[in-house]
Structures are given as C-alpha cells and as structure tokens.
Design a protein around this ligand. Structure first.
Ligand code: GSH
Length: 207
C-alpha cells in the first residue's frame, strides 16, 4: 500500500470520520496539519474548495470526505455492507450525520469554541441542543437495538462516532431516553480506533 497523507484539522468532524475509517481499516496515514505554515501551499494545491480533509496518495488527491470514504471502500471493501439495501442505509445515515446532526451541533460548538463562557449565547446553544435531541429518534429507530446501523461497522459508525464525540467534548450528551444510542456510542469509544483519532483539543479531553 502506498503512503497515505491526510490534510487534517483535529476538530473537523469530516476529518475525524476519515481518521476513524483509516484506523478501522488498518491503514497507516501521515496526518498533516493543514494550517502548518510549511504545508499550507501544498494543501491549497490539492484542495480546490479550500477545505479539509484531503487525502493524497501516489495515485490521486481527493478533497470531500465522502469521496475519500468511497475511495477507501473501493480500495479495501471494508466500509460498506454487502447487501444493496444495507449499503443504501449506511450512505443515508452518513448523509444524515453530515447534515441534520452536523447542523444541530454546529450551533453549540461554534458558540462555545474559543469563547469565554460568560459570553456564550445560551439561546443559540439551547436551540442547537434541542435540534440535536430532535434528530435522535430517527437514529434510534434505524439502530433498532442492533450492534451497528447497517449490519456491520460501516460509514455511519465513522460519521456518527465523530459527531457524538464532538458533542460530548462540548458538553452535549445523548439523553437517557435513548439507551440504545448511548450503548452504541460507548461501544464505539471502546474500539481501538477511538482514542488515537480523537482530537486532543476537545474541552473534555484536554489534560
Ligand atoms: N463537504 C466537505 C466539508 C469539509 C469542511 O467543511 N471542512 C471544514 C472544517 S470542518 C474546512 O475545511 N474549513 C476550512 C478550514 O478549516 O480551513 C467534506 O465533507 O469534506
């Protein structure tokens, strides 16, 4: 396997889900801080939209996290289930994580990140938490008490582990009304992929 480089930002949820996927697939990855002055020009050269993550190997440079995940799936076969209906469910939940869950949590994280708590807009935070809670029944239905969202570890595990991990880091817990989601997240945190990929800058993780 060729060397894989990932232009990355630790707290970016799209980056974290790619880091999780690489770890779960056993791929060695060189993580590059896209803001490091010595690497910025090279990152800009492979990121047409000016975003992270960007994965680069000796064949291709890919911006857009979901295209990266599809590429890793094509290389390894390890990120999607086999049956078409389960593959569709995995992709749908990955999209739900990027959109509905992401939009809810963004309100909380952007309000809290780097700000003195005295200056937090509590209304914005409450709206984000409420939107997060409203997005959970669909996930609980989809999990349906199973070990994984689509029959085996796949895209939604990468995507939602990163989102729930960020939520936890910024003080947003999964409510007790969703015990199967709580148990699922606990299992994800106990996997070997979690600790090495989590952002050390998260408020709840900082030493
Ligand atoms: N649709 C893109 C979204 C990526 C994205 O929004 N990345 C943010 C960080 S979370 C970014 O690169 N922002 C510019 C920056 O941080 O310099 C993907 O899935 O890769």
């Amino acid at each position: 396997m060729t060397v894989i480089r990932l232009y990355d930002k630790p707290e970016c949820p799209f980056c974290w889900k790619v880091r999780l996927a690489c770890s779960e697939l056993g791929l060695a990855v060189e993580i590059i801080d896209h803001q490091a002055p010595a690497r910025q020009a090279e990152w800009r050269g492979v990121s047409p939209n000016g975003t992270v993550p960007v994965l680069r190997d000796d064949r291709v440079a890919i911006s857009e996290s979901n295209v990266i995940l599809e590429y890793l799936q094509d290389l390894t076969g390890g990120l999607l289930p086999g049956a078409p209906a389960e593959r569709a469910r995995a992709r749908l939940l990955n999209h739900y994580s990027d959109t509905r869950i992401g939009q809810a949590l963004r309100q909380v994280i952007f309000e809290k990140r780097g700000k003195d708590p005295a200056h937090w807009d509590q209304g914005r935070i409450a709206a984000g938490v409420a939107a997060f809670h409203q997005a959970l029944p669909f996930l609980a239905d989809q999990l349906d008490g199973g070990d994984y969202f689509a029959g085996r570890y796949s895209l939604p595990e990468c995507a939602l582990t990163a989102r729930f991990g960020l939520a936890e880091g910024y003080g947003v817990a999964i409510p007790e009304a969703f015990p199967t989601l709580q148990a699922w997240f606990q299992r994800m945190k106990e996997r070997p992929s979690y600790r090495p990929t989590r952002p050390l800058t998260l408020p709840a993780v900082r030493p």
